[in-house]
Design a protein around this ligand. Structure first.
Ligand code: G4P
Length: 282
């Protein structure tokens, strides 16, 4: 976490990803279920070069169930395979592996024209920082307690992990860079922790989150933090919270920066409950 993206970084990440993608039959694109649009990088389409892809709406435990269902229906309507996953608690992994076989099967059958299982399906996980790529790899691997195909330290370069018969996973995820298509996207990436906390300050991020909750989830902050109400200016609310939490500077001035950080951490850890910031087109 805390990656700063410069053009040089992006060019390098792109080059590496292109090389890695050449090795695989199917890509798993990990999205954050709370921000499916902002966590997607459209550049991947070009780089995939016709390879099938499965969309994973990860961190589904932090997103609103109904919204996640709406997103899945939306993707299905677009002819895409998508699955909701909680990589930490390992839900959704079975559906994912089934989709992987299906997607690769279609492609392979077209290419080699015989048994789907004659060759292992090779898969890699891609996504922007902090969406849960490593967690997903661990989730898929630990599910079957499979052994790595090669001895660590012996072979250099990409390692393939056999996650079940006929299915091999690249041990390192492919890194996509976040795209700032709008100011809103920037805030969504920052609030969910996909980009460095240095891009926006905590006060700005917390203010955005407060405004969002005031508009779409009225009463949530009041209930969560035992406040009389959660209307009013963001700065005022942060002062109230700072006082409540005892975040005071010398002279009794409220430390709203500290309150902002605490609010963001509560959101990121799911303490505010399930919150989806981007709704599916319906
Ligand atoms: P990355 O490889 O894409 O960069 O992400 P990684 O797996 O490292 O996951 C980033 C953080 O997100 C981790 O939190 C991880 O536990 C959490 N995470 C991943 N998948 C899920 C999920 O499905 N649900 C929930 N609730 N959390 C998930 P962390 O170790 O606390 O790291 P950090 O947040 O302190 O960076």
């Amino acid at each position: 976490l805390g990656v700063h993206w410069y053009p040089g970084h992006m060019a390098k990440a792109k080059r590496i990803l292109r090389e890695q993608l050449k090795l695989v039959d199917v890509a798993v694109e990990v999205l954050d279920a709370r921000i499916p649009t902002s966590s997607q990088n459209p550049d991947l389409d070009l780089m995939l070069g016709g390879r099938p892809r499965i969309l994973v709406l990860n961190k589904a435990d932090l997103a609103e169930k109904e919204e996640t269902r709406a997103w899945l229906a939306y993707y299905r309507g677009e002819g895409k395979k998508a699955v909701a996953v909680d990589a930490v608690r390992r839900t959704g992994a079975n559906i994912l592996t089934r989709y992987l076989f299906q997607s690769a099967g279609r492609q392979k059958a077209g290419r080699i024209g015989h048994s789907l299982l004659s060759k292992s399906v090779r898969v890699m996980v891609v996504g922007i920082p902090n969406v849960g790529k490593s967690s997903l790899i661990n989730c898929l691997v630990r599910r079957t307690r499979a052994k790595t195909a090669a001895q660590p330290g012996v072979t250099r370069g990409p390692q393939w992990i056999r996650i079940e018969k006929g299915l091999e996973l690249l041990d390192t995820p492919g890194l996509l860079w976040p795209r700032f298509t709008s100011p809103e996207t920037g805030f969504h990436l920052a609030i969910t922790g996909a980009i460095s906390d240095r891009v926006y300050d905590w006060g700005e991020m917390a203010a955005y989150l407060i405004r969002y909750l005031q508009e779409y989830r009225e009463g949530l902050l009041a209930k969560q933090y035992g406040l009389e109400n959660d209307f009013g200016q963001e700065e005022e609310l942060l002062k109230v919270l700072a006082r409540k939490w005892g975040f005071l500077q010398t002279g009794g001035i409220t430390d709203t920066e500290k309150a902002a950080l605490r609010l963001l951490q509560d959101f990121r850890q799911g303490k505010l409950g399930r919150i989806t910031l981007e709704k599916a087109p319906r």
